[in-house]
Design a protein around this ligand. Structure first.
Ligand code: GLU
Length: 420
């Protein structure tokens, strides 16, 4: 399947899997099976646009592994979406779910579209037709989508409604990240960012960094993940000195007023023009002096070109794949502490799992219960990663991967190969 190798993200994810397999002496049969997705679905999505014309969009859903349970993973609307990129993200989801100990496999979906150029009605028609094309393959016990870049709770509500209309009854468990009113979970919208900061807290303890205002944090990306990570870091008493969105970066050496930035962003839908900070480029934001850097926007932003200029001591990957394979090597050589994506940003899928469980039981938990269960799982994952890293003398990314691959591979061996 050469088509899978087209994106850098798939090539990098495969390199990581291969290195992990070597480090843990993985059974070669399991290794071969993990290299490729179990199933990849390609759909064309005809959409009636507001001007009455019909546009056809390319959509994908890749199910990498169903060994541990139904597949789980977001749906992304972005103009760079490709089968190869979605397949790489699906593979990362398998390892993310496995490391977190969830009874779920990995999947990802995407539509190649710039959603910001669609009207609300166009986005709704696109979402409903995409769901209808996929309805055979998704479901609470098959594959459960969730939000990702370019999609949100409203998008999930349309998916839930379309799927439910086709079945003739409400099926809230078909997606997570839904609005609360239709079976969503408290705490889901902030869970990824919150989880990132839970791991940062643990990493500070591990590195003996005192958690106070002297610790400077920079967050790239001001979507659901970035904004909630910045808020949590601020609540924790750290000083958030830089944030950015697609339009620009903001920097204030003395610390940003995160609530004021959030208000400004909600009103203007952009960070551009915010007065209480210096405006800088997204690229320059990454290389500023700080202690903790949280890349929470897109993949590949830290790479061989800029990794040597990264000054942060700790990098917590809020996005999926924000550091390339080459970039990672440079960071490790420079002694940086990396909290890899499959650990750092797992908070989203963990609370998605809680949402799915609540939907199946029709019994809902308090936000406090959700956040405290999330913290327990994140802390435990961090501990597993550090112990593996120290015991096996491997970097943190490889350590997280070894633990994740170990759980999936044990399950695959126990289930065996059908037919024999
Ligand atoms: N899209 C998110 C991720 O990449 C969440 C997936 C989910 O909740 O299923 O982890």
């Amino acid at each position: 399947m050469d088509i899978l190798l087209e994106s850098h993200l798939y090539q990098d994810t495969l390199k990581l899997l291969n290195e992990t397999a070597e480090a843990m002496r993985l059974d070669p049969n399991i290794h071969e099976r993990l290299k490729k997705p179990k199933r990849a679905i390609m759909v064309s999505i005809p959409v009636r646009m507001d001007d009455n014309s019909v546009k056809v969009f390319d959509g994908y859903r890749v199910q990498h592994s169903l060994t541990l349970g139904p597949c789980k993973g977001g749906i992304r609307y972005h103009e760079n979406v490709s089968l190869s990129e979605v397949a790489a993200l699906a593979m990362l989801m398998t390892f993310k779910c496995s490391l977190a100990g969830l009874p779920l496999g990995g999947a990802k979906g995407g539509v190649k579209v710039n959603a910001s150029k669609l009207s609300r009605t166009e986005k709704q028609r696109l979402t409903r037709r995409y769901t209808s094309e996929l309805s055979m393959f998704i479901g609470p016990d098959k594959d459960i989508p969730a939000p990702d870049m370019g999609t949100d709770a409203q998008t999930m509500a349309w998916i839930m409604d379309t799927y439910s209309q086709e079945l003739g009854h409400a099926v809230p468990g078909v997606v997570t990240g839904k609005p609360i009113e239709i079976g969503g979970s408290l705490g889901r919208s902030t869970s990824t960012g919150r989880g990132v900061i839970y791991t940062v807290e643990k990493a500070c303890e591990h590195l003996k960094i005192k958690q106070d205002k002297s610790v400077k944090v920079i967050v790239q990306g001001f979507g659901e993940v970035g904004a909630s990570a910045a808020t949590c870091a601020d609540e924790l008493g750290l000083s958030v000195v830089g944030v950015s969105d697609v339009n620009c970066g903001l920097y204030n050496e003395g610390g940003l007023n995160i609530n004021a930035v959030k208000e400004y962003y909600a009103k203007n839908k952009s960070l551009k023009g915010y007065k209480e900070a210096q405006e800088i480029s997204n690229q320059d934001l990454l290389t500023l002096k700080c202690d903790i850097l949280v890349p929470a926007a897109i993949d590949g932003v830290i790479n061989s070109k800029n990794a040597n200029q990264i000054k942060a001591r700790m990098i917590a990957e809020g996005a999926n794949g924000p550091v390339t394979h080459d970039g990672h090597k440079i960071l490790v050589d420079n002694g940086k502490f990396i909290i890899p994506d499959i650990l750092a940003n797992a908070g989203g899928v963990i609370v998605s799992y809680f949402e799915w469980v609540q939907d199946l039981q029709n019994f809902f938990w308090t936000e406090q219960e959700i956040n405290s269960r999330l913290r327990t799982i994140m802390n435990n994952n961090f501990k597993v990663m550090i112990e593996t890293s120290l015991n096996q003398k491997v970097d943190t990314r490889k350590a997280a991967m070894i633990a994740a691959v170990h759980r999936v591979s044990s399950a695959m061996l126990l289930r065996g190969l059908y037919p024999q």
